[in-house]
Design a protein around this ligand. Structure first.
Ligand SMILES: Cc1cc2nc3c(=O)[nH]c(=O)nc-3n(C[C@H](O)[C@H](O)[C@H](O)COP(=O)(O)O)c2cc1C
Length: 329
C-alpha cells in the first residue's frame, strides 16, 4: 500500500488499509485465515477459543493452525503474501484467563495485539516482549491519552455506529481530537462497510479502517444463518444502541431483540456491574441471541466469502479515490 511507511511494519503492505476487527463468537480460524489471505489483517478474540475443562488450551491450537496455513500460503504465493493476524484480549476483571492467554500469545509471537475494555501496562509489555505491537480501543480522547501513557503503540477509535460496544461520539470529532496530539497508528471503527467510507476514514486522519459487521455475513463466519440473513436484510434504522445486554452501551440488531420478546424502542438501562466475560456469564443472551451489528450494514447485500467483501471494498476504494482526484484537480 503506498504511503504506509510511517506505520509499524506489521501494518504495512496491506491490500487495502484495513483491519478485519475481532468479533465475539464469530471470528474463528477459518475467517481469520480468509481475511489475511485476502490482504487485510484478520483478528479474533482470544476468548473465542474455549476448550472444555481438562483439555489443552484451544488458543494454542488456533494460533498453530493460523500461522501454519498463512506460512503455506506465503510459500505458494510469494508475490501476494497474506497480511499478518491479530489477537484481541479483553482486559476486564471477569476475564480470568487473561494471564494464561498473554503467555500463550507471547510464546507464539503474535504480531498484533488488540486490547479492549482496559489499558494495562503488563499487557502492552507482553506484546512487546515478543516483538508485537499493541493497539488499544477507546471511545474518547481521555481514554486515548491513558492508553498511550500505559504503553500502547496505537489506538482504535471506536466511534458512534460501531457494532458491539460502541462509543457515542462522531468519528469526525473523535479522530480530530486525537490527531491534535497523537501522530502514531490510528484506526477508525464504526460503520465502515464501503470503500467510500474507508477512504473517508483516511481523509479524516485515520491510518486504517477497522471493519467488523460486514464480515458477519460471510461464509466463513461462525454465526447462525438467521444472523447472517438479518445483516443482509437490515440497514442503519434497524440498529438499536442499548446498555441493557452487557452493561456497556452497544449496537444490536433490532430484529434479534424483537425475536427475544423485547421491544427494542423501550429497553431499560443495563447495569455495568453485571458485565462478565468469565465462564459463568450471567447474560448468555448478549451476542448469542441478541445479535451485535454496526450501522453500516446497508452496504451488505449477500452472504459471500470473506475475500469477496475485501474485493468489493477494494474496488469501491479505488473508484472513490479516482472520483475525488478528478474533482480536486
Ligand atoms: C457481533 C460483534 C462482536 C464483537 N466482539 C468484539 C470483541 O470480542 N472484542 C472487541 O474488541 N470488539 C468486538 N466487537 C467490536 C468490533 O471489533 C468493531 O469495533 C466493530 O465491529 C466495528 O464496527 P462495524 O461493525 O460497524 O464495522 C464486536 C462487534 C460485533 C458486531
Amino acid at each position: 500500500m503506498p504511503g504506509d511507511s510511517h506505520l509499524p511494519k506489521a501494518l504495512q503492505g496491506l491490500r487495502i488499509p484495513a483491519v478485519a476487527s475481532p468479533l465475539f463468537i464469530i471470528s474463528v480460524p477459518a475467517l481469520v485465515i480468509a481475511q489475511c489471505k485476502a490482504g487485510v489483517i484478520g483478528s479474533f478474540p482470544a476468548l473465542n477459543a474455549r476448550e472444555s475443562e481438562g483439555e489443552a488450551p484451544l488458543l494454542e491450537a488456533w494460533l498453530k493452525e493460523i500461522t501454519e496455513e498463512l506460512d503455506r500460503h506465503n510459500q505458494a504465493n510469494p508475490d501476494s503474501p497474506a497480511a499478518p493476524y491479530a489477537v484481541n484480549q479483553i482486559v476486564h476483571r471477569s476475564n480470568t484467563r487473561l494471564d494464561r492467554d498473554l503467555e500463550i500469545c507471547a510464546k507464539h509471537e503474535v504480531p498484533i495485539w488488540i486490547t479492549s475494555l482496559g489499558a494495562r501496562v503488563e499487557v502492552n509489555d507482553a506484546a512487546h516482549s515478543c516483538g508485537g505491537i499493541a493497539l488499544h480501543d477507546i471511545i474518547n480522547n481521555r481514554f486515548a491519552k491513558k492508553a498511550i501513557e500505559k504503553g500502547a503503540d496505537g489506538l482504535i477509535a471506536v466511534a458512534a455506529g460501531a457494532g458491539g460496544h460502541a462509543g457515542p461520539q462522531s468519528p469526525l470529532a473523535l479522530i480530530s481530537e486525537i490527531r491534535e496530539w497523537f501522530d502514531g497508528p490510528l484506526l477508525l471503527s464504526g460503520s465502515i462497510a464501503t470503500g467510500n467510507s474507508l477512504l473517508a476514514a483516511l481523509a479524516m486522519g485515520a491510518d486504517l479502517g477497522y471493519i467488523g459487521s460486514p464480515f458477519i455475513a460471510t461464509e466463513e463466519a461462525n454465526a447462525d444463518q438467521g444472523y447472517k440473513d438479518m445483516i443482509v436484510s437490515s440497514g442503519a434504522e434497524d440498529i438499536v444502541y442499548s446498555s441493557l445486554f452487557t452493561g456497556v452501551s452497544g449496537n444490536y440488531l433490532k430484529g434479534s431483540v424483537e425475536n427475544a420478546g423485547m421491544d427494542p424502542d423501550n429497553l431499560p438501562e443495563g447495569d455495568v456491574s453485571t458485565m462478565s466475560f468469565g465462564d459463568k456469564r450471567e447474560k448468555p443472551k448478549a451476542w448469542k441471541t441478541i445479535w451485535g451489528s454496526g450501522q453500516g450494514i446497508g452496504a451488505v447485500k449477500d452472504v459471500v466469502p470473506a475475500a469477496e467483501v475485501v474485493s468489493r471494498i477494494e474496488r469501491e476504494y479505488h473508484a472513490a479515490f479516482a472520483r475525488l482526484k478528478d474533482r480536486m484537480t
